[in-house]
Design a binder for this molecule. Structure first.
Ligand SMILES: [Zn+2]
Length: 408
């Protein structure tokens, strides 16, 4: 059947959603359950109702719009929350392209054997507790302790953030009870990297989503006077960190090409001009699409750190903060999407996702796949996040066609 999305309508939706949560410092700040998010949710529910879909919201604030009667369901979506000073495409394009797809299917009265649902998952960006709060709640993967006692990025307990909203901790923990029987999940998303734009290809089919480890680490040495302690007698914790950062990066580049390691947050103590740093604390983020590589990196990076520590007279300690396992996209989904790209005449390439997505969480319960479209200069999580509308049209058409295939 020759059916296509209405790009103008989809574009108008994306522009409209982009008006919720402008930040005076630039871009959009719309963390889940903020005032801007609550207003955006009401707008989205209105659009789902206007589309003639049956609306549903679970205890975690995940919003669904259904086409068809309850039963086996093919789901597509993403998230509408943003990072602080984020852009208007990350997440939003996935929710609104899915909504547009369902609208077109309803308008054309396409006959399907399974139901379709658009989903908007709460707090994908992890502004509250951990990443993927909504999709983990939906799949029943949250730990009760984490939700009851977890502190949000902004400091207060999640329970305190929920006061003044319609949501509760118990509601979040019970959200999975409303999960339909899932046949498959698809998510359209901006690539958040430079590959598609560089290769001049409009469509990326995600083969695997990287898993990650977050560790909070420290080197401890000896804080001493910067003017009187000879260089060769120092136990400088910052130099340990600097040495480790270079060695760890070189090791990952040489031994595990395609995997990533990042030190994104650093605190040096006591932190003065005239004092040699006695302690350096830092975040360590490493990622790979291979579970085996993550396992190896765990040991190898820790060996490098201990080596550096012993050479420099320091001690090293680390604490695991967060774990996400990598996910391989089933070949059946990739083949189906490749066929549809062929029919539509769209060039595509297969690529991994280094960033995490709700699709990775949904993969614990059904076949789960992702379609990437280019974002300009590979920029995301920033005010100048941008896309080309013709790429979005292609991505949304591919999503629409694949949903029909999966639900037929
Ligand atoms: Zn996203």
């Amino acid at each position: 059947m020759d059916i296509r999305v209405d790009l103008e309508r989809l574009r108008a939706d994306i522009e409209a959603l982009g008006r919720f949560g402008p930040d005076p410092k630039g871009g959009i700040s719309r963390p889940s359950f903020s005032r801007a998010d609550v207003e955006a949710r009401e707008w989205l529910k209105g659009r789902i109702r206007d589309a003639g879909l049956a609306i549903r919201q679970d205890g975690a604030g995940n919003i669904f719009g259904r086409l068809g009667s309850p039963g086996k369901t093919v789901m597509a979506g993403s998230h509408i929350d943003t990072v602080i000073n984020g852009g208007k495409y990350d997440g939003s394009v996935g929710v609104l392209a899915a909504l547009e797809g369902l609208r077109r299917i309803r308008e054309e009265r396409v006959v399907l054997t399974k139901s379709l649902e658009v989903a908007s998952f709460t707090d994908e960006e992890g502004n509250l507790v951990g990443d993927f709060l909504g999709s983990r709640a939906f799949m029943g993967l949250l730990s009760e302790d984490e939700v009851r006692h977890g502190r949000t990025q902004f400091g207060p307990l999640l329970a305190d953030v929920l006061k003044g909203t319609e949501f509760t901790i118990d509601g979040i923990l019970e959200a999975h009870k409303l999960k339909p029987e899932l046949e498959a999940y698809l998510e359209l998303h901006i690539e958040q990297g430079p590959i598609l734009e560089t290769e001049e290809v409009p469509i990326g089919l995600v083969e695997a989503i990287a898993g990650k480890r977050y560790l909070w680490c420290s080197f401890t040495g000896n804080a001493a006077h910067a003017g009187t302690t000879p260089l060769e007698l120092r136990q400088d914790a910052f130099l340990g960190l600097a040495d480790f950062a270079l060695k760890a990066t070189r090791h990952v580049a040489a031994a595990h090409y395609g995997s990533m390691v990042t030190i994104g947050k650093v605190a040096v103590h006591p932190g003065a001009f005239s004092v040699i740093p006695g302690r350096a604390e830092f975040s360590l983020d490493f990622r790979s699409t291979s579970g085996e590589t993550l396992h190896d990196l765990d040991k190898e990076l820790s060996d490098i750190a201990r080596d550096v520590a012993s050479t420099r007279g320091l001690s090293f300690a680390s604490k695991l903060v967060d774990v996400t396992e990598p996910v391989k996209v089933p070949e059946r989904l990739l083949k189906l999407m490749e066929q549809e790209c062929g029919t539509l005449g769209y060039p595509f390439l297969r690529l991994p996702s280094g960033a995490g997505h709700d699709a990775q969480i949904l993969a614990s319960g059904c076949d789960s796949g992702m379609i990437f479209i280019p974002c300009l200069d590979g920029t995301s999580h920033a005010p100048d996040e941008a896309i080309r509308w013709e790429d979005l049209e292609k991505g949304a058409n591919l999503l629409l066609k694949t949903l029909i295939r999966l639900a037929s």
